[in-house]
Design a protein around this ligand. Sequence first.
Ligand code: SF4
Ligand code: SF4
Length: 247
Amino acid sequence: MTEDMIPMNPEDLMNFNCNFENVCFNDCCRDLNQALIPYDVLRLKNNLGISSQVFLKTYTSLHYGPESGLPVIEFKPNPDTGYECPFVTPKGCLVYEDRPGSCRMYPLARAIARSRETGEITQYFALIEEPHCKGFGKKTGQTVKEWLKGQDVDRHNKENDKLMELISLKNQILPGKLEGAQSDQFYLGLYDVDAFREQIFEENLLDKINLPENLLNKIKKDDEALLNFGIDWVKFMLFGVKMTFGE
Ligand code: SF4
Ligand code: SF4
């Protein structure tokens, strides 16, 4: 972790208060360079009631990691508005209930280490003190753990960890740059879930994979089940990991 980050333990006091009365209100939603994880995309497109294709095209930009070939999805920068988030309004976040995990975490950063033996995850936290953010030094009596609970970020972190595991698998099995078709599969299975569903049910994408009927029925209706299946599908297609069908 870098020098301007202050390591924090879950029981430490945050001394931080984000409030609409702060002079910096909404400043953290400008000058964005914010990557979205697949679960962020899923929550946001459902909040807006649009398909993943429309969401990705309208609100995000896509580029590929120059060395990994992995797709990176970010909020689309808009220089006319000072690179602000498409969802920031004078009253705050338009998609607050479904805001991305990184918005929930700020100004905390989280890193994880996974035990090779047990797979158990250890979390590390640090506060990022940036000059524009005036929420610091305000005593709220809240610990890091309590503050995180209030942000309802646990689910996002679990989904983020699944993506990290997938990337770590890619680095072990395919350490170089993904080919175009492989990057496309990664994008389809993880980010563009509605197009993935369409290809499964209307274009026989899985005709060589004998999926159990109950799983097919589930992924037809349930976006989160489809995303979990998408991760397994990418593992199978790109890295040859046997699909377990949730067993
Ligand atoms: S999604 Fe909401 S909280 Fe996150 S940057 Fe945009 S306006 Fe801010
Ligand atoms: S800059 Fe900091 S205190 Fe101000 S609104 Fe953003 S997170 Fe809250």
